[in-house]
Design a binder for this molecule. Structure first.
Ligand SMILES: O=C(O)CCC(=O)C(=O)O
Ligand SMILES: [Fe+2]
Length: 270
């Protein structure tokens, strides 16, 4: 299993600029890989000082300053506002060019806040529907959802760009969106799964906002990876794959609620 290392320097209280560096570990030889991970272990949480030869891609992103207040309230250093760590480890799936984060990229508290706001909007303004999913919301239709998810979405979009080596943009102005599965106990109601499909995207990210304990069943299956493998993401973890190419489905939940933050992206030239 290859590990893909994404190093992110966090913002400081005086700066709202987030820097990203992807060390060249995936393509580096085993020795350089070992060296990189040793350094990561020794320097977790601070400037990792990776050798420039290991740096494969980098970039910066600006995000709203007010969110920085979260930093001082949170003992851990944040990747983007609301996230847990300066470093995100991605694992490549076995058979296809797809990745899961090995650790959460969004803190549980922020995941819960996003779910709560989505429920509020869905209940008061009504859930949207599209061809596959019956309980959806466009994040951009609600200012609070934008505020809560902006940093996370920019961060994950940036991770997608670095993993696939191309600049990306949302497929539509109203991207990203929330998908909320619910099992009501009655066979007629609820929205428990999504059947086999491809997305109207090139790259899709699925970020689980729900903790695993809040539902039974569920998970994502990608046909070319394995029809038997249910990819279960913990709260705040993200799956990144070529959703427009790879047929996939959302497995039926048999209990509870499963909420995802979903982003549809397309490659754009620089
Ligand atoms: O529930 C899942 O894991 C899949 C969701 C999905 O494929 C979609 O919303 O397009
Ligand atoms: Fe999909």
């Amino acid at each position: 299993m290859d590990s893909y290392l994404l190093q992110i320097s966090p913002p400081t209280p005086t700066s709202n600029r987030l820097s990203w560096i992807v060390p060249g570990a995936p393509r580096a030889d085993a020795d350089r890989k070992r060296k990189a991970s040793r350094k990561l272990q020794f320097h977790e949480g601070v400037d990792l000082g990776l050798e420039s030869s290991l740096v494969e891609a980098s970039g910066t992103v600006d995000f709203p300053v007010p969110k920085l207040r979260r930093l001082s309230a949170c003992p851990s250093v944040e990747l983007v506002p609301g996230s847990l760590s300066t470093i995100c480890f991605f694992s490549r799936l076995k058979n296809i060019d797809a990745y899961t984060s090995q650790t959460p990229v969004v803190a549980p508290g922020l995941c819960d806040e996003i779910i709560a706001r989505a429920d509020e909007v869905g209940t008061t303004k009504g859930w949207g529907t599209y061809v596959f999913a019956k309980r959806t919301l466009h994040v951009n239709d609600d200012r609070d959802l934008v505020r809560l998810t902006k940093g996370v979405c920019l961060g994950v979009k940036r991770a997608c760009e670095q993993l696939y080596g191309s600049k990306m943009d949302w497929t539509q102005r109203n991207e990203p969106h929330i998908v909320s599965y619910i099992h009501t106990g009655s066979s007629k109601e609820g929205f428990t799964h999504v059947d086999w499909h491809t997305d109207s995207s090139e790259v899709t990210f699925l970020l689980s906002l729900s903790p695993l304990k809040s539902y039974s069943g569920g998970g994502t299956v990608i046909e070319a990876e394995s029809k038997e493998k249910h990819i279960h993401l913990g709260q705040g973890e993200v799956l990144i794959f070529e959703g427009g190419k790879e047929r996939h489905r959302g497995v039926k939940i048999t209990e509870g609620k499963r909420v995802l933050l979903v982003g549809f992206l397309k490659r754009v030239s620089e």
